[in-house]
Design a protein around this ligand. Sequence first.
Ligand SMILES: NC(=O)c1ccc[n+]([C@@H]2O[C@H](COP(=O)([O-])OP(=O)(O)OC[C@H]3O[C@@H](n4cnc5c(N)ncnc54)[C@H](O)[C@@H]3O)[C@@H](O)[C@H]2O)c1
Ligand SMILES: [Zn+2]
Ligand SMILES: [Zn+2]
Length: 347
Amino acid sequence: MRAVVYHGPGQKAWEEVPMPVVIDTTDAIVRVDAVTICGTDLHILKGDVPAVTDGRILGHEAVGTVESVGSGVKNVAVGDRVLVSCITACGACRYCREGSYGQCIGGGGWILGHKIDGTQAEYVRVPFAETSTHPVPDGVTDEQLLMMADILPTGYEVGVLNGHVQPGDVVAVVGAGPIGLSAIMGSRLYSPSHVVAIDLADSRLEAAKQFGADVVVNNGREDALAVVRDLTGGLGADVAIEAVGVPATFELATALARPGGHIANIGVHGQPATLHLEDLWIRNVTITTGLVDTYSTPTLLRLAQGHQVDAGRFVTHRFTLDQFDEAYDVFARAGDTGALKVVLTRG
Ligand SMILES: NC(=O)c1ccc[n+]([C@@H]2O[C@H](COP(=O)([O-])OP(=O)(O)OC[C@H]3O[C@@H](n4cnc5c(N)ncnc54)[C@H](O)[C@@H]3O)[C@@H](O)[C@H]2O)c1
Ligand SMILES: [Zn+2]
Ligand SMILES: [Zn+2]
């Protein structure tokens, strides 16, 4: 079969590799029908994720058809169509028992396309198949499903739910990439009074309007703090969500929140950011941060089925699996191409 194989920073190839086989009794081998590329894959290609080593197949999001299962797999059968989640869950460890699958210490967590071979391939081995896949529900397309593997649960859990978005809130979202847009879409479920999207790219701010932002701020030209203070009688946002991952945006998010407000960091940070405790200590704020667990995936699937969440909206470009090079190029040049999410399917 063929797969996207990582060969060190800046190097990857769609090349011939051996077919995956069942190793553990809880494994499933899934034929990949549709797959996408994540911003995290671009981080890996820049060399930012050293745990990913030469020879690793990339990818942690897919929809597919079960090809074979280990002897211990009872609830997933050959021929089933499944969503492969970005987070693998052993289902038995302390964290999994609490729904914190991202923190799994029983062999799961974020492992696909990271510590073991991933989904950007014709076939993938999925460990702990029963607790790491979701059955494909009726009435939801593969494109919609793919958005449930990572970006929608991330924006919803780490942004909206950790940030405690409530009806009537003013929600400020810093960064309007796929993750920030997911947080905007998820915030809308709670009837906020205003969602303010803040980004440096006008193309992303245009997208933010489509996804439900009613105020957009280009913080390269405008003062985001002044806009949010104007909207809130000088107080600040009830919830500030950080969806970029650089020190300046974390510091902006903490400044945007009102006293008593919530700051939900989603961004993956590679550099230390300053926590301005000299300003914040007196403001009764709550700061949260974390890795997605994907405990909300079943909820999001029902919302997609009921048309309350339009997950397919993210998909801007479509390719076949043998066009992975082109798909990566289009996704990596999002500023020029307007790409939000690209989807690759069997030809
Ligand atoms: N916590 C988790 O579990 C988790 C999961 C997935 C992704 N992430 C992280 O979420 C972050 C966002 O992911 P994405 O795929 O949307 O990334 P992206 O790069 O597509 O989007 C980031 C956006 O931030 C904007 N931006 C950059 N600098 C800015 C600044 N100074 N002010 C305002 N806007 C600025 C960019 O223009 C872009 O639109 C990344 O750090 C990613 O690694 C976290
Ligand atoms: Zn991802
Ligand atoms: Zn576990």
